[in-house]
Ligand binder design. Structure first.
Ligand code: PBG
Length: 326
């Protein structure tokens, strides 16, 4: 064949493939979500997420030694509370001695250079298992934001570097930014959960926190998987309200949304590689149906290619270890 252009020339060996690679993964891209629970010397594996644990605070501090030594620079911490600590108003969330705030303080003092992203939402503390105050079966938007502002300030006081308002309701970023600034936390960042879809891929996470909704679903606040224009509108709002970074969640079924936000906004876009995505790869790999490591790296790289500069992923440790040995 007479072919002027033979694209295969640029694939002829590993060196040239590495040279022409358009995207790469780095440990700097990762945020590692972790779960903290009450108690001592406890480490419970989450059934639907092999390799991921809920740690009591003492165990979390031990585990972090390894996380930091792998080069991971940021964790996203979530608390698991017993039913007895939950109520309609998430009152537990702002008590100074509560597990979550204590965990933030202790992690920060043991690992000052490790960044902590925190979760601002009612669901881990809500007896209704919803992200907002529930009244007559409705999830209240405006009434809930005050609780979230108090939570954000309490977390900033404890040492949070990045606040992650994850309830996907309206007007969060502006109000929380103002509350943080009023309390002199102008340096604390906000990562907006800009396009968070009402997804079946959160199942294992809700197992981890025992936080599944007690009635109904989250479709009146989380987005419809059918929509992408709406994600741009949400991004307009979050950008104008002062978000420092914007997230798309889940990531793998929403690469087009990541791309849309990356093309339209000049702030970093984060992809949340959620629990269900992790569980699918682990389950298939355990069955011998796919090569788990390769599938993991391919999945993470697809998020970079789509335009994410930050990836929240339960694979952070495993991927970091592979990248270290390359
Ligand atoms: C809730 C929250 C959820 C996740 C992060 N924060 C679940 C939900 O909206 O019910 C899911 C993360 C994951 O699946 O890994 N505020």
């Amino acid at each position: 064949m007479e072919l002027l252009r033979r694209p295969r020339r640029n694939r002829k060996n590993a060196a040239i493939r590495a040279m022409v690679a358009e995207n790469t993964l780095s440990v700097n891209d990762f945020i590692f979500p972790m779960f903290v629970m009450e108690g001592k010397k406890t480490k419970q594996e989450i059934k639907s997420m092999p390799g991921i644990y809920r740690f009591s605070l003492d165990e979390l501090l031990i585990e972090l030694k390894e996380v930091v030594s792998l080069g991971i620079k940021c964790i996203c911490l979530f608390p698991n509370y017993p039913e007895s600590k939950k109520d309609k108003f998430a009152s537990e969330s702002i008590i100074a001695e509560t597990l979550y705030l204590e965990a933030i303080r202790q992690v920060k003092s043991a690992y000052p250079d490790l960044m902590i992203m925190t979760d601002v939402a009612m669901d881990p503390y809500s007896s209704d298992g919803h992200d907002g105050i529930v009244e007559d079966g409705k999830i209240l938007n405006d009434e809930t934001v005050e609780i979230l502002c108090d939570m954000a300030v309490a977390q900033a006081e404890a040492g949070a570097d990045i606040i992650g308002p994850s309830d996907m309701m309206d007007g969060r970023i502006g109000e929380i930014r103002e509350a943080l600034d009023d309390a002199d936390f102008t340096e604390v960042s906000i990562m907006a959960y800009t396009a968070k879809y009402a997804s079946a891929f959160y199942g294992p996470f809700r197992d981890a926190l025992d936080s599944a909704p007690k009635f109904g679903d989250k479709k009146t606040y989380q987005m419809d998987p059918a929509n992408v224009n709406e994600a741009i509108m949400e991004a307009d709002l979050d950008f104008d309200e002062g978000a420092d970074m914007m997230m798309v969640k889940p990531a793998f079924s929403y690469l087009d949304v990541i791309r849309a936000l990356n093309q339209n906004y000049d702030i970093p876009i984060a992809a949340y590689n959620v629990s269900g995505e992790y569980a699918m790869i682990k389950a298939a790999a355990q069955n011998g149906w796919i090569d788990g490591e390769k599938a993991m790296m391919e999945m993470l790289l697809s998020m970079k290619r789509a335009g994410a500069s930050i990836i929240l992923t339960y694979f952070a440790k495993e991927a970091a270890a592979i990248l270290k040995n390359r």
